[in-house]
Write a protein that binds this ligand. Sequence first.
Ligand code: MIG
Length: 691
Amino acid sequence: MRATVSPDGRITVRDADGAVIAEEAAPVSWTADGRAVLRWRIPPDAHFYGLGERAAPLDLRGGVYVNWNTDPRTYGPGDDPLYLCVPFLLVLLPEGRGAFGLLLENSARSWFDLGRTEPGVVRIEVESPHPSPTPLRGEVSCILFFAPTVAELVERFTEATGRHPLFPRWALGYHQCRWSYYPEERVRRLARDFRETYRVPCDGIHLDIHYMDGYRVFTWDPRRFPDPKGLIADLHGQGFKVVTIIDPGVKADRNYRVFREGLERGMFCRYPDGRVFIGPVWPGNCAFPDFTDPRVREWWGDLHRDLLEAGVDGVWDDMNEPALFGEDGATIPGPVRHNLDGAGGDHRVAHNLYGLNMARATAEGLARLRPDRRPFVITRSGWTGVQRYTAHWTADNRSDWASLRQTLPMVLNLGLSGIAFTGSDIGGFEGFATGELFTRWLQMSVFFPFCRAHTYFASHDQEPWSWGEPYLSVNREFIQLRYQLLPYLYTALWQCAQRGVPIVRPLLWASQDDPTTHTLDDEFLCGDALLVAPVLEEGATRRRVYLPAGRWYDFWTDDVLEGPGWIEAEAPLERIPVFVRAGAAVPMGPEMDYVGQRPTDPLTLHLYPPAEGQEGVSFLYEDDGETIAYQRGEYLLHRFALSTGRLEWTTEGDHNPGPRRVEAIIHRGAGQEPVRLEDIAPGVRRLDHLI
Ligand code: MIG
């Protein structure tokens, strides 16, 4: 595929045979208020993906999507825009004609009309930097990416815009949150409930806004949390990690150090006449740091020192669209000035970069303050490239089945947009989840990178035990399964950090030649080996599942199935359909209450023999899970090549996982006892008599 630009500025994309597959219908034109308009003819049956966080189907065709980070307060299917936009559009052409990607570089508000107004025409509009009184003509600046497959496009796109760092291993544990757990005694009870009363594994306890003193960021409420250091030390003693929320708004209060310091040192956004912009959020009137200024990022990053000294392990950046109280979509007004890393500009161009730069300030601050530890930051808002700094969650959805269903395509398109470490509030945010909804949501989310239950202030508690039995046992079992799958999930995170490969992928990722996968968004791949079909309907105890070409093993029964085709799978409350790709080696570890409670001993390799004559290659990546020693070669990468009758296991790297038992379990199909091999070691192992 190649793109040509004609002397009058038209861009034409041709495939390898020279056929036109995308053509600018007219050189850029402008609307009366200065919006730049680009019209592209793209075959009407093309499929579209990406664009960041969208409450839309996986295939975005036929929709209009706005790029303007917005707090919708709460949202459901169809609401647009949301908190985190990425103006990267993936185009998959039908009939095997390949794929290409377009990244809009403009950060001003923009619109992608994907054939809604004119079928077969993609219309991209970019707001003028100065729409009034005399409109200035805006511009459209884009980068095209070419690759035959969506998978390779994402690899190239993330090569250009960045990839997730290797987050600490505990980030993959289960997280529990609500708005908010307080006072201290309530947090201690939560910890006891996990470890003693209900014995459910958990790593992260998140503290929402009530831990602060009058919502002043970087403070603690002295009555609710008189001794944060003592509390966190005790939680650490029980294996928990603590994540605290931070909002961008700094309470305009002259007796408050952060505000005074920010004011004196010129850290806040100002109007062109020099007045500091003040707007209302949780603490009342607030000033807003200009995170697009490197000086401000450094200051903000350093402000996290006290939190870290209290023992806080991770930071949760909220409200950073930025969102203000007031009418819907309230944010910093357009004329307010920003530094923009020296380039200068107003909020119209800085808005979409605000959350990204807050996330950057936070992650860089944590890395500076604790140089040997990997930062863990989650952010609500962001933009192209935010994955370099943080993870993300899909925020204020609702406790209903439609929102559960919506989560999956959102997470899939986020992954295709480079933002792969994501998940949604398990059980839903606004409203009241039923036990069934929570369990179904959890069952899906244990295969998502970020696995956190959360709910809003007026809701009853949403913890794995909140609905009693049978839900508690099912929830516990699924969370335990996630902990057993940690070696596998951590390897998927490593692949993501290496190559931008999302952890959760649409089926088309590996089966692009199969048109059925192009719009399929109620099942997904988790890592290289697993296909997961969550239950997304109330009361359902079975569901239809599409298996793409190849041989698949039922994870629960070892039934062998051949794709492509639809099957009817059993899905009683205690199970969702999960399948394993033939040829895979799925590494699993022992059960544990939290990450690092015990070493990966035994390491169990679940082997799923490939069809005759085929070979499957799988990886296992290991390191200390916490420091950056892996960057100096302190890691261990295992490669498993599995073919009929043979396993070849090789390793690379210097990390020593310590003495441990390694066993293999060979799955041989339903009705056949799996074969267990004790004490296997790197090298070639013949398995003729077994498979
Ligand atoms: O105005 O901190 O998305 O997760 O619980 C709402 C309170 C502010 C929005 C976040 C949500 C969080 C809530 N926050």
